[in-house]
Write a protein that binds this ligand. Structure first.
Ligand code: SGN
Ligand code: CA
Length: 535
């Protein structure tokens, strides 16, 4: 059943306090009632494709002084901790979500790729363990694991990737309901609404707030459309990468120049001329109501007119695309940041900060023009890393930067550990609680393992696995290719100079192959290389 729910007016800057949920929260009496169970609550906020290069506290966006797109996210880092070496296990949405919720690598949780997998919802996950321990659990937003969620007292998800404007939500009773508004605002409204009106105040809670933003095709809220139009972003050093010595990197389909679509990604659509593209265009703007669409067209039409009035090609076109990409992406970040601020304000106003672990992360990093790309998937740092900032509950001593190498398989054990639930032996991640207490365990992991499986598929990034010890990185691309790469991340942070097979690095290569072998054995990955390698 589809209904059009007109409740939300959408939340733009000054309008924020008039959003649906907010007016309902005016009476504080019930909300001020203190939680009886002293175990910490968990607010886990995860966005989609939000990369550190677009987050103020990680130094982004690159070279654009005066632009800080994330003051609210930075507040989490400033009041709490910033992980400076945070990685994913498989840089893609569904796989990342499955790793995060199970505490296991993809080959163990079974969700190796977005195109062929359905998450087995009968397997143990951290929300189920928390539920069994007496927590109340909720999930709101993007889920993307194909099967319906299990382990949540309350859930409301968007189908697949979800829509930015007037999106559908699948509800727990099986109904699909269309809701009026902009998705980032709506997910926040619904999360606050659950905290305020549906939470059982006798229990601790864990809520997963999963945004679609900043996923392609980077559609901002109408109130943010004018942002950053006067900013010119510097090109990343590697924008014109020629992929020399890296054939696997050369073969992808995620190039801003070649693959970024003028209509779909950059919204340059002329209804009178591009009639063939109408269906594709309407697919993403067709859900808007007249007012939203009028604001959208008022903003984009002059840019479209200007674009088609001055034909560009070669580098000029490439750099024009890059600037539009950066602007659209960062406008979408702005709405996300504002909404995280709304959620933080709610927690603060309701005395929930002291006893709550607040986490902000993304399902993976993203390319903002580095190597000439958008999208993710590769084990190169921009998409292998993911932002991770937290405000721990009161009493946890850590502040500032945590530099130990951590991975999204660590979140589940961390939440269980913090809740006083024994971490199951088959979880492959490790609890971050000691780090949040300000400790630096001597026996911390010395390398991170990665495995990307989705090929052939959109963007055509080859299958590969690899390890990093923080200083060096080794990768093996396999399947229809057999290509090794090795980098010195300190001397070559852009990963341009493939050291694999160079005689002067033979010892390092042997050492890194040893680490890779050890990790594939430790994590019991059935897809592994044969050792030693025949050169
Ligand atoms: C969609 C996007 C891709 C993106 C995948 C996976 N195409 O298919 O660009 O790589 O999602 O992203 S689109 O035409 O539908 O926008 S993920 O983050 O969900 O894994
Ligand atoms: Ca993603």
């Amino acid at each position: 059943m589809t209904m059009f729910d007109k409740r939300s007016a959408g939340v733009c800057a000054a309008l924020a306090l008039t959003a649906i949920g907010q007016t309902a929260f005016a009476a504080p009496s019930e909300s001020k009632k203190r939680q009886k169970d002293g175990r910490p609550n968990i607010v886990y906020i995860m966005t989609d494709d939000h990369t550190g290069q677009a987050m103020g506290c990680y130094g982004g966006p690159q070279n654009a002084q005066k632009v800080n797109p994330t003051p609210n996210l930075d507040r989490i880092a400033n009041e709490g901790v910033r992980f400076t070496n945070s990685y994913v296990a498989n840089s893609l949405s569904g796989p990342s979500r499955a790793c995060m919720i199970t505490g296991k690598h993809s080959h163990k949780n079974g969700f190796t790729d977005n195109s062929t997998c359905v998450f087995d919802g009968t397997q143990p996950t951290f929300p189920k363990y928390l539920q069994n321990a007496g927590y109340q659990t909720a999930l709101i937003g993007k889920w993307h694991l194909e099967s319906l969620p299990t382990g949540f007292d309350h859930w409301e998800i968007v189908p697949g990737q979800g829509n930015y404007y007037n999106p559908d939500f699948i509800q727990q009773n099986g109904d699909t309901v269309q809701v009026h508004g902009y998705l980032t605002n709506l997910i926040t409204d619904k999360s606050i609404d659950w905290l305020e009106n549906e939470r059982d105040r006798d229990k601790p809670f864990a809520i997963l707030v999963h945004h679609k933003a900043i996923h392609r095709n980077w559609m901002a809220d109408t109130c943010d459309l004018n942002l950053y139009e006067n900013v010119t972003f510097d090109l990343p050093e590697t924008f014109y990468d020629d992929y020399e010595g890296r054939p696997a990197a050369a073969e992808q389909e995620m190039s801003i120049i070649k693959d970024m679509d003028l209509t779909y990604d950059l919204k340059m659509y002329r209804p009178q001329v591009d009639t063939r593209l109408k269906g594709m265009y309407e697919n993403f703007v067709g859900r808007m109501d007249d007012e939203q669409r009028a604001k959208w067209e008022e903003f984009y039409n002059p840019i479209i007119d200007d674009f088609y009035s001055k034909p560009r090609e070669g580098k000029e076109l490439a750099e024009w695309k890059y600037q539009r990409y950066m602007r659209d992406y960062l406008k979408t970040v702005a709405g996300l940041d504002r909404n995280v601020g709304r959620l933080l304000d709610y927690l603060e106003e309701n005395d929930l900060m002291d006893n709550t672990l607040i986490v902000y992360t993304s399902d993976q990093g993203f390319y903002m023009g580095e190597h000439g790309w958008f999208d993710k998937r590769f084990m190169y740092d921009e998409s292998f890393r993911t932002p991770l900032v937290m405000i721990p509950p009161k009493g946890y001593k850590a502040k500032g930067d945590i530099t130990e190498m951590v991975q999204n398989i660590d979140y589940a054990p961390t939440f269980l550990d913090m809740a006083g639930v024994k971490v199951p032996e088959d979880m492959q991640g490790v609890s971050l609680v000691p780090l949040l207490k300000g400790q630096h365990p001597k026996e911390w992991r010395d390398a991170i393992y990665y495995h990307f499986h989705e090929f052939p598929a959109e963007h055509m990034v080859k299958r590969h696995y690899g390890v990093t010890d923080g200083r060096y990185k080794l990768m093996h691309f396999y399947n229809d290719i057999d290509q090794w790469e090795m980098y010195d991340l300190e001397n070559d942070p852009n990963e341009m100079n493939n050291l694999y097979g160079k005689p002067e690095y033979a010892d390092l290569q042997t050492r890194m192959l040893g680490i890779l072998k050890a990790k594939q054995v430790e994590y019991d990955d059935p897809i592994r290389f044969k050792f030693p390698i025949a050169e």
